[in-house]
Design a binder for this molecule. Structure first.
Ligand SMILES: Nc1ncnc2c1ncn2[C@@H]1O[C@H](COP(=O)(O)OP(=O)(O)OP(=O)(O)O)[C@@H](O)[C@H]1O
Ligand SMILES: [Mg+2]
Length: 268
């Protein structure tokens, strides 16, 4: 069963996206399009299906479009062209109320730069999605405490993000995403700020939850070892295009480009 389906998705930033699209279909590169038209190509013509229960990893160099692709799933970024469907709902068709409901109940997200609320405590940050869902205060606090402990931050319930290390903030961001029962979990470099031991523990926690709740997880990682340990399949983006998608084994055996080959080589 398909959880997330991208169909010819493009995202162009700049004054004349249609002109950029036209040049892209003629085979011009991201750099050429930018030089000629001042448009930045974040994504071009991505078609991809992710199945229910997958742990799908998106890889690629900095600026290749990974965060943009992830953010089209909950429409934090609206595609310039193409459609994104989640469980057969076309995300671009949702009105404001339906989109808010979708974000509250269907997806949770770990942000690349944590995205914590600076004036809320660690505990309040973790509990925040539950308050959006209307969960009563005592249950919220109880569940947030459980997650605070699970990510190893007991004793820091009342600290503000500014008083915590980046690894600690990342764990709050993870707990805040994992606390909801949303079937889809989006994670933008969720382990980047963690030390190797904590990283391993958090990876195990995500794998355990995925198995327990049959979540669909889409994760961005710069680290091929993360990907090798966790992914069912992975995609490599290059200059906004999908260079290849498949299992690690298939990418290793038949890399479609030098870019793909370089990524999978680093994972062995
Ligand atoms: N709001 C924006 N306005 C203009 N260009 C943008 C915007 N957001 C992203 N871009 C451009 O889109 C491209 C893809 O950016 P994106 O953030 O998706 O990359 P990424 O693969 O996540 O990179 P990183 O690994 O550094 O996080 C880049 O060229 C970037 O400059
Ligand atoms: Mg990014």
């Amino acid at each position: 069963m398909t959880a997330i389906s991208f169909s010819s998705v493009s995202k162009i930033y700049g004054p004349t996206p249609e002109a950029a699209q036209h040049l892209l279909t003629q085979g011009l590169t991201k750099a050429e399009v930018q030089a000629r038209t001042q448009n930045v190509v974040a994504l071009h013509d991505i078609t991809l299906d992710i199945a229910v229960g997958e742990l799908f990893v998106i890889m690629g160099r900095s600026g290749s479009g990974k965060s943009t692709l992830l953010r089209t799933i909950n429409r934090l970024v609206a595609a310039t062209r193409g459609t994104v469907r989640v469980n057969d709902t076309s995300i671009d068709q949702l009105d404001a109320a339906a989109l808010a409901q979708f974000r509250k109940t269907q997806v949770s997200m770990v942000f690349q730069h944590f995205g914590l609320l600076p004036h809320k405590t660690a505990l309040e940050n973790i509990a925040f999605p539950l308050s959006l869902q209307g969960v009563p205060a005592p249950e919220r606090t109880e569940r947030a405490h459980r997650w605070l402990n699970r990510v190893g931050l007991d004793g820091f319930a009342d600290s503000l993000p500014g008083q915590l290390s980046s690894g600690m903030c990342q764990r709050i961001g993870l707990a805040r995403a994992l606390i909801t029962e949303a079937p889809i979990l989006l994670m933008d470099e969720p382990f980047a700020a963690l030390d190797p031991l904590t990283r391993r523990e958090m990876q195990d926690e995500v794998l355990r939850l995925k198995a327990e709740l049959n979540k669909t997880v889409v994760m961005i990682s710069h680290d091929p070892v993360d990907a090798a340990r966790m992914a069912t399949r992975m995609a490599v983006l290059h200059d906004g295009r999908l260079a290849q998608v498949g299992t690690l084994e298939s990418l290793r055996q038949n890399p479609s480009t030098r870019e793909v080959s370089a990524f999978v080589a680093a994972s062995s």
